[in-house]
Design a protein around this ligand. Structure first.
Ligand SMILES: [Zn+2]
Length: 217
């Protein structure tokens, strides 16, 4: 099973990828994660990638693709894998398709988790974190028992800069810009399932399983 996940920040893409990874016993490969791994292990590609990142430049598509292919050709991916955060460009998507076909990996489906921007904004802008113990709260769905205070360690809760409305709107704009042509391309070559993000993680999972025609236990 080869799955590619799409979804704007705040739709719960990572949580769904984790569930699918457990269900199918296939690795969840997040681009951020393997980049950090390659840089930390000082692999040849990691060193090259780091030289771009240190300059604040984008890592070229070819290097990103090499890093991803290096990961998916490892033994634990022989039954499939889930890509999360990759591809990001049309070039990467087309090139990935060619390489996967060469290695006889069919892409089974693209899972596109959707949610209206306004709902994403209300989800993310209500988020508060405890800077001391990293526990995450939500002003509506997961309130601390005392306002602005962490239940676990009494720390003063903060809103991450990433979670302010202006920043979220900017991130969403970039996300939509980036994925529009990608999804249009994928719709012509692979099954794309648009799954609306539900407030319960398990509900969203149920809809994904239905789309993939997996019996829901
Ligand atoms: Zn805390």
């Amino acid at each position: 099973m080869v799955l590619i996940m799409f979804g704007a920040p705040g739709v719960g893409k990572g949580s769904q990828a984790a569930v699918l990874s457990g269900t199918f016993q296939i690795p969840h490969i997040s681009t951020g994660g393997i980049f950090r791994e390659n840089v930390a292990n000082e692999t040849t590609l990691g060193k090259i990638a780091k030289s771009y990142m240190d300059r604040g430049a984008l890592v070229p598509d070819e290097i990103t693709i090499d890093i991803i292919m290096g990961r998916v050709l490892q033994n634990d991916c022989r039954n499939g894998f889930i890509l999360d955060g990759f591809p990001r460009t049309l070039f990467q998507a087309k090139h990935l398709d060619e390489l996967l076909a060469e290695h006889s990996f069919p892409v089974n489906a693209i899972i596109n988790i959707t949610l209206e921007d306004e709902l994403i904004i209300s989800r993310l802008s209500g988020r508060r974190v405890c800077p001391s113990c990293n526990l995450v709260y939500h002003l509506e769905h997961n309130k601390p028992s005392r306002a602005e205070r962490c239940d676990r360690c009494n720390g003063t809760l903060i809103q991450r800069a990433d979670d302010t409305e202006t920043t979220i709107r900017k991130r969403l704009e970039i996300y939509h810009d980036q994925t529009k042509s990608l999804l249009a391309y994928y719709r012509t070559v692979h099954p794309v399932f648009d799954i609306e993000s539900q407030s319960e993680i398990s509900e969203t999972t149920k809809h994904i399983f239905e789309a993939l025609e997996i019996p829901v236990s």
